[in-house]
Design a protein around this ligand. Structure first.
Ligand SMILES: [Zn+2]
Ligand SMILES: [Zn+2]
Length: 343
């Protein structure tokens, strides 16, 4: 079943014709639980990886012997999902709560040293044929594989993420690695994705308001303020929230490739390539939810009737404080190093 973004509540280019010059496209990935194959684009699915190439590992020295076991995390999610679907009022039974308590336990991997290399988790693989807004990789490579270390323990703060992106030519992989190494424990359950198939859909998008020219941004602000005032003065109790540029018209929520980054928690930061100083482009957004109360207008037509909160987190991935991870790439040379921002 495809996933279709509903028409936007207003035609924003009819209101602000100069926005046409800033129009872009992004591909919403619409991940949904499923059984992807190595030849599919997926989140948390099996990875097309050659048997003779070393699996990506984290080599930053940090404690990684203590954490939750991925199998326990998946079991906990299954119990909770089944329980809340069965009984939306009270959720898990007492027996289930007891099991959930045990699944929360931390485990210690015996004999694991901080400087042992730690296998990374492949969070997503994207074939360019499936994702129109995914640029070509270096030397025309067609498959992007995104890895991360499952601990918040990197960089100058000692609490940062570590991400590793690999591009490959899928036709070159003939002998598959069938049982990739996995971390025995993880520092945070949000790093463990549920297997999801993708339903890519290309949609129109516009830049974050703070990056539009001042005059245009001021007119959009004034229009939003007038709508808010109108809503406040309205007598109706069930009046929906007024339409807004950020939530309804510019950048869709959820996992997506290409388009524009949102800067709703920090001020916009210039992302420039470390190798050539070119302004970088958004490559991929990893989001903690596909929609929320404020961005419900993007919920696909096919899923309009699903309970908003029960179905908002198909991948179970969490980034930052329920935020999103934006990964940037150099537009001039896809082999130049990537960079990222968390919002
Ligand atoms: Zn690490
Ligand atoms: Zn560059």
């Amino acid at each position: 079943m495809p996933r279709t973004t509903p028409p936007r509540p207003v035609d924003v280019e009819a209101l602000f014709p100069e926005l046409a010059a800033h129009r872009g496209t992004t591909t919403r990935l619409h991940p949904r639980p499923g059984r992807p194959d190595v030849t599919d684009s997926s989140v948390g699915g099996p990875v097309l990886w050659p048997s003779d190439e070393p699996w990506p590992v984290c080599t930053e020295p940090h404690e990684h012997a203590r954490g939750e076991r991925p199998a326990d995390i998946r079991r906990r999610r299954r119990i909770l999902a089944d329980a809340w679907l069965r009984d939306p009022n009270s959720g898990p039974t007492d027996a289930e709560r007891q099991e959930l308590g045990a699944l929360d336990d931390e485990h210690v991997v015996a004999g694991s040293a901080a400087d042992d290399p730690l296998p990374m988790i492949c969070v997503a693989q994207l074939y360019r044929r499936d994702v129109p807004d995914l640029p070509a990789g270096p030397d025309g490579r067609d498959l992007l594989q995104v890895f991360w270390c499952p601990f918040d323990a990197h960089g100058p703060t000692g609490y940062g993420m570590l991400i590793d992106l690999r591009w490959r030519r899928s036709a070159d992989v003939t002998d598959l690695l069938t049982a990739p190494p996995q971390p025995q424990v993880v520092g945070f359950d949000g790093y463990v994705p549920e297997p999801c198939v993708l339903h890519p859909e290309r949609v129109t998008t516009y830049p974050f308001a703070g990056l539009l020219p001042d005059g245009l941004r001021a007119r959009i602000d004034a229009w939003e303020e007038a709508l808010e005032k109108q809503a406040e003065e309205s007598e109706a109790d069930d009046e929906p929230d007024p339409v807004g540029y950020q939530y309804d018209l510019s950048i869709p929520p959820g996992w997506r490739a290409g388009g524009f980054a949102s800067w709703h928690t920090t001020d916009p930061a210039p992302m420039t390539c470390r190798a050539c100083a070119a302004p970088m482009h958004l490559l991929l957004t990893v989001d903690s939810s596909e929609w929320d109360g404020g961005s419900g207008s993007w919920k696909p037509l096919e899923e309009r009737d699903l309970a908003t909160h029960l179905h908002a987190r198909p991948t179970e991935v969490t980034v930052g404080r329920w935020g999103e991870l934006n990964i940037f790439a150099c537009p001039d040379d896809p082999g130049h190093p990537h960079d990222w921002s968390i919002q």
